[in-house]
Each structure stands twice: as structure tokens, then as C-alpha cells.
Design a protein. Sequence first.
Length: 182
Amino acid sequence: MSPPLEMKVQLRDLAQLFNSMDPSPFHDRDLDAAAEAFIVGWAREMPARGELALTIALTNRPPDAKAEDVGEAVRHYFARRAEMKQRDLQKLLRQGRTSLLVGLIFLTSCLLASEVLQTLSQRAFMTVLKESLMIGGWVAMWRPLEIYLYDWWPIRAERLVLERLARMQVRLELPPVSGRAA
């Protein structure tokens, strides 16, 4: 097994890592938006294979209780984000199924109406109307095809990155304890 791909972040203190506006307990706090963007961007650039590790080098020592819980808090945050992405993917696929059903019903109706118009008359106006119905029916299939061919990939890829981050090792590098005799 290969060693994890490691990133090191230098911070003044632990508060820079977490959103200062989030009133949640430490374990459930959101990461700071800039810190999250930096960590997620780094993870996207890493090869898809292999585990990740994050080293947080601090200039100021945090309280011991927070220092012990920082790894779990970071992994918990990314696990929640991965769950949210999974829900987004499920919602998109549900929307795709609904769009597909509506699109197929509309396409079928347009094709049937087109056939009826063809039997009624061969005049130019009816031909234009018939072709317009066919085009409109196929255009109604655009969104379901877009969802099933293209839209789900980026959400799944983001979820996979977040799941990797939810498993990553997190290590703190603390400054030496000052005021103690060596």
C-alpha cells in the first residue's frame, strides 16, 4: 500500500480552519469557505488513486480538547458534504426520470398529432405544422437526455472527492510548548 498523498496547510491558529460564524459545537462546525476551497481544490488535483493526508501546521497552540478533535471534525465535515452531494445526485436523477416521462408523453403526442395532420392534408401549411410538431416533440427530450448524458457526472465526481476527504488522515503540527524547561 502506498503512502497517502499529503498536503500541508500553515495556519496561525485553529480558528482559521473553521467558519467563525457557525455556532455549532466544534465537532459539527463548517470549515471556512476559503479553507474548504483550498483543500477540495488540492484533492481534485491529486491522482484519483490513493488516500489523502492533511497536515495542519499551527503557529499558536490550540486548547488540547480541540487539538484532539480537529481530525474528526474535518472528516465529519467532508462526510456531511459527500452526503449532500449524494442527495443532489439522487434529486437530479429523480428529476431526470420525471422529465423523461413527461418528454416521452409529449413526444408521443406530437408524433401522433403529426400523423393525424399528414392524413388530413398535404398542403404546405399542414406540412410545416407537422414538422413543427415533430421538432417540438424531440426538443422536449432535450432535458432528460442532458441529465442522463451529462449533468450527473460532475456531481458524482465531486461526491467521490468529498468521500476521499472524509477518509483522509488529519495531523496537527503544534509549536513547542513555551515556558517549560527543556
